[in-house]
Structure formats: C-alpha cells, structure tokens
Design a protein around this ligand. Structure first.
Ligand code: PLP
Length: 395
C-alpha cells in the first residue's frame, strides 16, 4: 500500500475547490466533491439541454454502463450484482422490502443501527408478526459477536447491521458477522453508507449478501445518488416489492419476467448526469487508493480525538475496537448546536447528532447531544488544529 504524502494531499486539495473556502469536517454528512465529479455532472446536463435527454443517454450508453463496472471494482463485486439508485435508503429498502417474513421470524440488528432501517423493521414487524432483536454491544462498544452467535437459530431470517454508524467513529466487526451469517445460511444485509469511501470495502471479505451505500458522503459523489450490491444467491431468491418496465419485462399480456441482474432493484427514470458523476467519484477514490484513504482518514481522526481529549471540558464519545473518520464530542455546559454554530462562524463545517435518531444506542449509552466532525483524506493537520483551537477558545 502507498501512504499518501503531503504533496499528494496538496494535489487532492487543488482538485477540490471547496477546500479554499471552508474547513470541511462534515464528510459524514456530504463531502466536498472533486472538480472531476462536478464537471462530469455539469457537462452532461449541458449536453442534455442542447441535444435532448434520450439522445444524450444513447450517445453515452457505454460510459453509463461503465459506472456499474467502476462500482463493482470499488466493492470487489461483479457488475451484474450492482444497482444504481438515488440514495442509500432506496438501495437498502429495495432489498429489505423484497424479503418475506412470517410470524415469529426473527430479524437481528445492532445497537448502532440507522434510524431509517429501524423504522422499516418496526413497520414490517407490525405487518407480519416478525420480531426485531437488538444484539448487545461488547465492552468496547462494538457489536458483540458472541451475543450474535448465541442468538442464531433457524427462526433468524435476516441479520442486518450498520457498518459505521452515523453517530460515532465505531466500525462494527462486519467481517465476523458475515462469517457467522454465511455459516448459518442467513442473509446478511450491510448498511455501508458511512464506511464506503473511507474504508477499503470488499464484499467477498465481508461475506455480505447485500450492501447499500450513498454517493454524497465519503465517496465524494453528487447528492441524489446511491448504489447497491446484491449477491446472486440472495438476488435469485427475492423479488422486489415494486417493479416497473426496467426492473422487469412484460413478456406476454399475462406475464412478466424480473431482470436477472441488479437492474431488478432499479427504476427506469434516472438522472444520468448524476449517475456519471457517481462513477467519476468512485474512479477518483480508486485512483487515490482505498487502503491509502483508510490509513490517512483513520490516522487523522485518531489524532483529532487525542487532541480534543486534551481540551478541558471536552469529552470524546467514539467507541469500538476499531475506529474511523467520524469524531464525536461534547463540551461541558455548552449545547452541541451552539458549538456547531460557533465553529461555522469560523468557517468550520461540522454537524450535530440527534438522540431520537439512535434509540437503540441511546437505551444503553444515554449520550448528550454531540458535535460530529468527520475527517476525509483531503483534510489537513492544520485544519484539525484550527478546529481544536476554536473549541478551546469556547471553553
Ligand atoms: C446517511 C445514512 C444513511 C442514509 O443515506 P441516504 O443516502 O441519505 O439515504 C443510511 N445509513 C447510514 C448509517 C447513514 O449514515
């Protein structure tokens, strides 16, 4: 693996005009895209406006198809296993709502599960009589693999967890979960929305049956894009809850056939400019190198946690054996929203967390409202120092 050097980082920052204007530490919300991404989208939209939407899509058909190959290489998958959608949520829903549950079937998830996923479990549990169970965390704060293993039996019909939660720097042990799920023959659905683009993901290593991600976060793609991987062994077993003339073919007046590949989880209409922008973002990330990105993001965040912990009154809240680029903290006596506003006045972009979005986690952690500063490989040590100094001045 090649480690990123200072001149590499300078080059990436030159590719990212936003780095001149703001200290962007909200990469878990929506990262700054490289110029290559923005130009790809704008060029395409301009071409559509003078050439016609269908004509432009036809002229770029091969490039558009190439996006599937890019995402497949990014995840260690085959292009046929990839779907392109408009968000991580749409991707995740396409798989989850395709699954059929009976009364008493069990769905196992994690404490740090994403709110939208938890809401979907509750809805489906209410409709079908399936049961939702939250696997405990271990002492480090990651999913307790032993507790998961104890719960597995033939009534468990789905294991679905969040790899990296929106509310902290934890990395759940997805590979160990994948090994357990595969051994038991239970579908494993991984929400990789926060890990894709900052960690080096490989679906063969993760042994997941399905993985969902978004374009705008660590992948640095445009908003309104998402992607999905589904292993053929799951894809062949499930039919999407909703179909159209793209995900299926009307083969006779009383018959249809569902698309054999990842198209079955898509719909016909899409913004091809954004699709190409997502492809450009994925290609850019792979040119930088996923292992190198992971190394730098993890190191910068570890440094930021250490420096913030030195500031009197500041508590860093991230947990887990393995941690990533998301750093959450609170300042004694000062509301998180106030800290965030103070930081934005100094052109430092961060975000805040909301306890109602992580109810399972909150049951045991009882966290205060937190500031979330999420670093990317294009951030610098100087920027992190500025963040710490700005927080210091507040306290
Ligand atoms: C942001 C997020 C999502 C949702 O992604 P969208 O693209 O907004 O649908 C899902 N899971 C996690 C863990 C997230 O942080």
């Amino acid at each position: 693996m090649t480690t990123l050097r200072a001149d590499d980082v300078d080059r990436f920052r030159r590719d990212t005009p936003g780095t001149e204007d703001v200290i962007h530490l909200n990469n878990a919300g929506s990262a700054l895209p490289p110029t290559q991404v923005t130009d790809t989208v704008l060029d395409y939209l301009r071409e559509e406006s003078v050439r016609g939407g269908y004509e432009t899509a036809a002229a770029h058909a091969e490039r558009i198809q190439g996006v599937y190959g890019s995402i497949a290489r990014f995840l260690g998958a085959d292009a046929a296993d990839i779907s392109v959608t408009d968000s991580a949520t749409r991707s995740w829903q396409a798989v989850f709502y395709a699954m059929r549950f009976q009364p008493g079937d069990r769905i196992l998830t994690c404490r740090s599960e994403y709110a939208s996923n938890a809401i979907a479990y509750l809805q489906v549990a209410r409709r079908t009589g399936a049961l939702v169970e939250v696997v405990e965390d271990d002492a480090s704060g990651q999913l307790d693999v032993a507790d998961l293993e104890r719960r597995v039996d033939d009534r468990v019909k789905l294991i679905a967890i969040t790899h990296v939660p929106t509310q902290g720097g934890l990395v759940n042990p997805a590979e160990e979960v994948g090994a357990i799920a595969e051994r038991a023959g239970i579908p494993f659905l991984l929400d990789a929305c926060q890990s894709a683009g900052q960690l080096d993901l490989d679906v063969r290593r993760l042994r997941c049956d399905a993985l969902s991600g978004t374009g705008r976060k660590y992948v640095r793609g445009p908003r309104g894009t998402g992607f999905l991987y589904v292993h053929p062994r799951l894809r062949e077993r499930i039919e999407p809850a909703m179909l159209d003339l793209h995900s299926a073919t009307w083969t006779a007046p009383d018959r249809y056939e569902v698309a054999p590949d990842g198209r079955r989880f898509e719909t016909w209409e899409r913004n091809y400019g954004l699709v190409l922008g997502l492809g450009a973002a994925v290609d850019y990330a792979m040119a930088v190198g996923l292992p190198a990105i992971e190394e730098r993001v993890t190191a910068l965040a570890a440094r930021l946690r250490a420096d913030l912990s030195q500031v009197p009154g500041v508590t860093v809240h991230d947990q887990g054996r393995r941690r990533c680029g998301i750093v959450t903290f609170s300042v004694a006596g000062i509301d998180a929203a106030e800290v965030k506003n103070h930081l934005s006045a100094a052109t430092i972009n961060t975000s805040t967390t909301h306890a109602e979005s992580y109810q399972y986690d909150q049951e045991v952690r009882r966290l205060p409202a937190m500031v979330r500063s999420s670093v990317h490989y294009y951030n610098t040590e100087d920027e992190l120092r500025t963040l710490v100094e700005t927080v210091e001045k507040l306290t």
